[in-house]
Design a protein around this ligand. Sequence first.
Ligand code: TLP
Length: 342
Amino acid sequence: MVEKNLDLRSDTVTWPTPEMREAAYKAKLGDDVFGDDPTVNELERIAAEITGKEAGLFVTSGTMGNAVCVLAHTLRGDEIILEHRSHIYVNEVGGLAVMGQLMARTVPGELGWMRPEDVEKAIRADNIHYPRTSLVCVENTHNSAGGIALTPKQLQADWDVAKKHNLGVHMDGARVFNAAVALGVDAKELCKYADTVQICLSKGLSAPVGSVVVGSTDLIKKARKYRKMLGGGMRQAGIIAAPGIIAMTKMVDRLKDDHDNAKLLSEGLQKIGIKVVNQVQTNMVYIDFSPIGWKADDWNKACRKLGWRSQASGTGTRLCTHYGIEREDIKSFLEELGKLVK
Ligand code: TLP
């Protein structure tokens, strides 16, 4: 029996599965700063293997994972290229400027994808007046574009431009397994177009804490040192890495259920008269309830009344499906919501 978790605010709200709790309890431990926590080492090995990279590194969060990778690729004063609504640029507290003393050059994307010609235009020429461009960041799935899965072809196009100019490529793959499942491709096919990839274990994959970053041995060695600098050198971290192993090895296939549930939710909401503003490819549904005359408060109250959590502002919000929400739950939510709207 899946423990119900009727919370649409994000997929970060997921709770660990009973198997994860058990694995945490039984995990073999060591001191990870000394490199001898066997469970962390195993998670890092598995992450590298699944993504086709040389090495992995367990970090506390997606934000830390992106930070250590961006730092590993760059030098103080460099400029980096990011999609203008990317999580690293918008939602990571300006860490790239604070920690890396980096300039951000943003490029508007088409459904989260930066066209290669726009990336190329954003790369600085070698000129005494200009900062050096050193890195291109991509995001897959792209959260604020609507949970959009960037295809291998799209990723390759940006990779080719970056490599033509000797730039690094970092992928914020917080939800890269959602992308792989939605596209029906192996995660390796997506990760091969990035030198480093940050993967969240604590979103749709349901682990309680953490992310892994993967890349070449050299880049991960640098990232490890930055992790220590940021205070992310954890000790008996096997306790939290053990659920991460289950996340990566057993929780990927079920992401399809989340995607199917998001589609069901999207279709049902539209029948009720609520506008869905994104293309629903994965586990996110962005809605606008102004067509039914509701404001954030009406939505929030309705959800609370039905026993669900959702947090809107203005006339819309993002709804995420995840472990703990099943098809039947979505059906009854839609039915009950329909009654409140009429
Ligand atoms: N995203 C969270 C919020 O921060 C918006 C969410 O609810 O979606 N990259 C991407 C693409 C993300 O969506 C997130 C978290 C992160 C990185 C950061 O991960 P954490 O929260 O583990 O630092």
